[in-house]
Design a protein around this ligand. Structure first.
Ligand code: NAI
Ligand code: MG
Length: 339
């Protein structure tokens, strides 16, 4: 049986890394029946919208998507495509696991899962300017929104994940000492949910700036981290840096009605079209997608093949100090899968 899923190649390096990922998925016998749709710049060129209705309809139908990075044009009044997609399908939980895959870096054995709230906080972008004298934009004002319901829901997601994956601890990350209302509510809701899991999963909390430092000094103290939208955005890139960069970091946007899987990184315009991008982040996102549809054995086979490719065959893309092109790396993973 096949599982219908939407496929959005995306912008910049998107089509290159997607081609590599599809080659590996096919070799692994992944059961997806793809419905290919446009998004980002391709969407704008075709119909003026970076998030076309046909793409939204497809995801509404399949409830499952693998997407490449989408460029949000600066200026022109476009809202972030990614934010719009998250809102359209209520994708409230952004799951971003990182794990050491290339030994000999600054850190060994990193294995941290970041859960980022995806719909609220400062990313609701209630923003405006106030004019002073002849400067129409003398003052910029932004309001963040956190609701108790959503704070509890995202923390519950993190604890549920911890239970299902045998994790020991959840760390609530906040700035409740300064943003007393906005992130104090998150901390309060988080501590309440943590009580439901007492004796099963431990809980502690950290102020976001101290957390950023601790992540660099002693990352092994962290297990699952749950935090609000903006902090989660920043910390997840930092986490990627601990394991070799953005080319290694997958993400899943999960809601009750749909799930969209993608790399944490963007369209990397500086290396697009050269065939040298690392497809690992998107490939690991595809593994999360396999986990999500209960095809965990296939995900494990791909992850094992990746580990052997990186460590035994020492085939790596340039961001990891290697020389392999995007497709050479994918071909090496496919060879391992075939063995
Ligand atoms: P970026 O993540 O595209 O690139 C940052 C740096 O990391 C660049 O030097 C790039 O070459 C490198 N890099 C990223 N992915 C890589 C990979 N797979 N292999 C090797 N090197 C890689 O971030 P940037 O430049 O800030 O954003 C570019 C565009 O991407 C923007 O239009 C932004 O809106 C969009 N974007 C989209 C996202 C999404 O669709 N989920 C997420 C982040 C940004
Ligand atoms: Mg980001």
């Amino acid at each position: 049986t096949t599982i219908p899923a939407t496929l959005i190649p995306g912008d910049g390096i998107g089509p290159e890394i997607m081609e590599a990922v599809l080659a590996v998925l096919e070799a692994a016998g992944a059961p997806f029946a793809w419905d290919r749709q446009q998004g980002g710049m391709a969407g704008i060129e075709q119909g003026g919208d970076p998030l076309p209705q046909a793409t939204l309809d497809s995801i509404a139908r399949t409830r499952l998507a693998l997407k490449g990075p989408l460029t949000t044009p600066v200026g022109g009044g476009f809202r972030s495509v990614n934010v719009r997609m998250r809102e359209a399908f209520g994708l409230y939980a952004n799951l971003r696991p990182v794990r050491t895959m290339v030994k000999g870096g600054r850190y060994e054995d990193i294995d941290i899962v970041l859960v980022r709230e995806n719909l609220e906080g400062l990313y609701v972008a209630f923003e405006h300017y106030i004019a002073v004298g002849d400067d129409p934009r003398a003052v910029a004002i932004s309001q963040g929104v956190n609701t108790r319901t959503e704070c509890e829901r995202i923390v519950r997601f993190a604890f549920g994940y911890a239970v299902r994956h045998g994790r020991r601890k959840v760390t609530l990350v906040h700035k409740a000492n300064v943003l007393k209302a906005l992130t104090g509510l998150f901390l309060e809701a988080g501590r309440k949910v943590a009580k439901e899991y007492e004796g099963r999963v431990a809980c502690d909390d950290r102020i976001v700036d101290a957390c950023a430092m601790q992540l660099v000094l002693k990352p092994e103290q962290f297990d699952v981290i749950v935090t609000t939208n903006l902090f989660g955005d920043i910390l997840s890139d930092q986490l990627a840096g601990l394991v070799g960069g953005l080319g290694m970091a997958p993400g899943a946007n999960i809601g009750p009605d749909a799930a969209v899987f993608e790399a944490v990184h963007g369209s990397a315009p500086d290396i697009a079209g050269k065939g040298i991008a690392n497809p690992l982040a998107l490939l690991l996102a595809a593994c999360l997608m396999l986990d999500h549809v209960n095809e965990g054995a296939k995900a494990t086979a791909i992850r094992d093949a990746i580990a052997l490719t990186l460590e035994t065959d020492r085939v790596r893309t340039r961001d990891l100090g290697g020389e392999a092109s995007t497709m050479e790396f994918a071909a090496a993973v496919v060879r391992r899968l075939d063995k």
